[in-house]
Design a protein around this ligand. Structure first.
Ligand SMILES: [Zn+2]
Length: 377
């Protein structure tokens, strides 16, 4: 963006686009997703609704492992089509930058394959920019020795993936990887030049948030069970707290301590955590509404959480904001019928909002409302 301000002061020349009373937003940011996968987790859902816990399913070889097996048996073309379909749906809702994790491969070549497909899927016109995150430490494959597997993650897996990803992540929790293992993996990623993030304090308190603060990583995500020391460490380390209401609701969990995070000055982002098991929701507007309704974010915090703070969680300072110097990613939304052009109405009306006009890097996308373009000033 080269200029932002009142119309009367606009520089002459250029193209004029009348957004006709619409709500102008920076291109939305979804800073946490697992969208390259195949297969269904309906069986898990039915078991969970029957009272089984997510943790019990995972340790019984279900959960993530079900998706790893289905993803392995899908062809590249199938995975690409699935991923493109999901990215296209996010794009329609105004998302212009999305973080995509690997983590359903759990072997060097399989992890690299998922990151490659994520990159390819984003190459189609009008797709969001994809920030790729290597998540080989998503789950310990059944039958693997822990020490051996962690050595593979920081060895062969990282070597295969570091050129395909911008970030590294670990699922640090009871039933997954320990704080010590997470530290080893994140440090190896940082040494390889990757940004770092962490699934932290979701199923059980582990001390992962303190690790996140100590390593000054970009974000710590989930945080349902973060304690006071963890919050202080996040604040001190400049770590963004990424709140994931889809997973909280799907697992019938309690809220992260939003009041304490706010009081400590920890920036809060909101993301879909889109995945087939614990957060099958592909609507950043819906999770922003849920962050307000179920976690207690203010509407303004939720709007920042899916724009500028979401970008901050990905280490990106040039998007998620309408200001000079930022990338000109913009989305225009119609207010719900009878409502004023106030973005908070898009949170009150829960989910399903489609961008009427999308501008990516200063270019009006072809499937946008072309009729709104007027001749130059
Ligand atoms: Zn996740």
């Amino acid at each position: 963006m080269v200029w932002v301000g009142p119309e009367a002061e606009a520089p002459s020349g250029g193209q004029k686009l009348d957004v006709g009373g619409g709500i102008l937003m920076p291109g939305l940011i979804d800073c946490h997703s697992h969208l390259v996968f195949a297969g269904s987790r309906l069986g898990d859902f039915l078991k969970r609704m029957g009272g089984e816990s997510y943790e019990a399913l995972l340790s019984g070889g279900g959960g993530i492992h079900t998706t790893v097996a289905a993803t392995k048996s899908a062809s590249d073309a199938e995975l690409l089509a699935l991923t493109q379909g999901r990215l296209a749906r996010l794009a329609k809702s105004g998302v212009m930058t999305v973080e995509v994790k690997s983590g359903y491969g759990l072997e060097p070549e399989a992890e690299a394959r998922l990151l490659t497909i994520a990159g390819e899927a984003a190459r189609a016109p009008g797709m969001p920019k994809v920030v790729r995150t290597f998540l080989g430490a998503h789950a310990l494959p059944p039958g693997r020795d822990r020490k051996d597997y962690v050595a593979e993650v920081v060895g062969a897996q990282l070597a295969a993936c570091k050129g395909l990803a911008e970030r590294i992540d670990v699922y640090c929790d009871r039933g997954a990887f320990t704080v010590e293992e997470a530290e080893q993996i994140l440090r190896a990623g940082q040494k390889a030049g990757l940004g770092a993030t962490l699934h932290a304090e979701q199923v059980a308190w582990t001390g992962a948030a303190e690790l996140a603060g100590r390593l000054n990583i970009q974000s710590a995500d989930h945080l349902e069970r973060v304690d006071e020391a963890g919050i202080a460490a996040l604040a001190k380390g400049g770590v963004v707290a990424v709140l994931l209401p889809g997973a909280m609701l799907q697992l019938r969990d309690s809220s992260p301590p939003v009041m304490q995070l706010r009081a400590a000055g920890v920036p809060m982002a909101v993301a879909t955590d889109f995945n087939p098991g614990s957060s099958p929701v592909l609507d950043v507007w819906l999770v922003a509404s849920l962050a307000v309704l179920t976690m207690g974010l203010t509407p303004e915090e939720a709007l920042k959480g899916i724009t500028r703070v979401g970008a901050q969680a990905l280490g990106l300072k040039d998007r998620g904001r309408i200001e000079v110097g930022a990338v000109a990613d913009l989305a225009v939304f119609e207010p719900p019928s009878g409502e004023k052009a106030d973005p908070r109405t898009l949170l009150m009306y829960m989910g399903g909002h489609t961008a009427r006009i999308r501008i990516q890097g200063g270019r009006v996308l072809a499937d946008s409302y072309q009729a709104a373009i007027e001749p130059s000033l």
